[in-house]
Design a protein around this ligand. Structure first.
Ligand code: NAP
Length: 347
């Protein structure tokens, strides 16, 4: 009967200190900065907004010293080591390329780009410039995910047959100009939330050989409900996302020797349960660190700082190849549902 190992996730407060610039001071940018300031020694030294008022307001809320109007000014700030890109998905490629051209390392919110081709463009530019670039797939850096990673590395679950994950966030606001519903901004459940469920399947089972999608498009033409089947050899990954109701936010991976179920919400810091092949509880792991929900964004920030100081252009936990492969899945799924790429989405 396999047992759960201790997490290897290091204390985010131990990561070497970098100076961060925030590009696009919206909702997640505030939560990311709050998590860094609460749980790490990272310094948020600059913010850049398209609006002087929004830049000043963010700077006042989070005590950020350097205030820039326009993203060009932010990426040119010599006091910034790494830029956190927190604009709508559709803007990530242009924003990342701007920062990379200025010689900055980049941590780019999920999805790293709206298509796999555009993601490839970002990672190629970063590699050529010798700077770090990573998709902010923060779930990969959470303590419980490392416990699962060790089970997978050790083959402790036996031959894997199934992975499941759901992330329907709840009814989206019906404003057609919101980033969740506007196709020009990369709206839809797949690009916003499918990145988590496709990643979970690929993290546990590997890159799929075949992708099947079923779902429903809303009046703006974006997917508001989608179910994915990702076939990796004979193993199946199932992912459910949506903007019309809220699911349980659970994930599991099933093998011949046992299965793991991650508590809700699996995409934030959570506990997990290991079940034996007979279905009985074999072990239980509780997160001991108390960094719930978006406080868990501190882990990806700390991992980014460590990798940059070590001279790496990415983190092995979430390499460019994985981020691109997840977007290949989402490209295929979107197209199967009839959500074509809006103009300008070609690399
Ligand atoms: N990791 C997570 O848990 C998580 C959670 C939520 C969102 N996200 C990701 O973070 C990104 C931003 O999401 P959010 O919810 O924070 O969005 P948001 O609140 O709308 O903020 C986005 C910011 O981007 C800037 N921006 C630049 N171009 C824009 C455009 N054309 N339209 C609108 N805003 C534009 C705006 O700042 P200025 O105009 O002031 O420059 C705006 O405040 C998305 O890619 C999303 O997937 C991640």
């Amino acid at each position: 009967m396999p047992l759960l190992p201790a997490t290897r996730t290091p204390d985010p407060a131990d990561a070497p200190v970098l100076r961060w610039g925030v590009l696009g001071p919206g909702e997640i940018a505030g939560d990311f900065v709050a998590a860094l300031q609460r749980h790490t020694r990272q310094r948020v030294v600059a913010v850049g907004s398209r609006s002087a008022e929004r830049a000043a307001a963010f700077a006042a809320t989070y005590a950020v010293p350097n205030v820039h109007v326009g993203y060009e000014a932010l990426v040119a700030d010599p006091e910034v080591d790494v830029v956190y890109i927190a604009t709508p998905h559709s803007e990530h490629t242009a924003n990342a390329l701007l920062a990379i051209a200025a010689g900055k390392h980049v941590l780019i919110e999920k999805p790293v780009a709206v298509t796999a081709d555009l993601a490839g463009t970002i990672f190629a530019a970063a590699e050529a410039a010798g700077v770090f670039a990573m998709e902010a797939m923060w779930t990969r850096f959470l303590p419980q995910t490392d416990v699962v990673a060790q089970l997978l590395e050790d083959g402790a679950l036996g031959r894997l047959s199934l992975a499941t994950a759901d992330f329907a966030g709840g009814p989206a606001p019906r404003d057609p100009s919101s980033r969740l519903l506007d196709p020009a901004q990369g709206g839809g459940a797949l690009l916003d939330l499918g990145v988590y469920v496709a990643w979970w399947s690929q993290f546990t089972l590997g890159t799929p050989d075949a992708v099947t999608a079923r779902g429903a498009l809303g009046p703006t033409g974006v997917d508001e409900q989608a179910t994915l089947l990702l076939e990796a050899g004979e193993a199946q990954g199932i992912g459910v996302v949506g903007l019309r109701g809220r699911t349980a936010w659970r994930a599991s991976v099933v093998g011949a020797a046992g299965r793991v179920e991650v508590d809700s919400p699996y995409w934030a810091a959570s506990g997990l349960t290991l079940f034996g092949a007979d279905g009985a509880v074999a072990d239980r792991w509780e997160d001991p660190y108390g960094r719930p929900f978006r406080q868990g964004l501190c882990y990806e920030g700390a991992a980014t700082a460590r990798a940059i100081v070590e001279g790496r252009t990415g983190c092995p936990e979430h390499p460019a190849e994985r981020a691109i492969a997840v977007l290949e899945t989402l490209d295929a799924a979107r197209h199967e549902l009839g959500y074509a790429d809006p103009p300008g989405w070609t690399a």
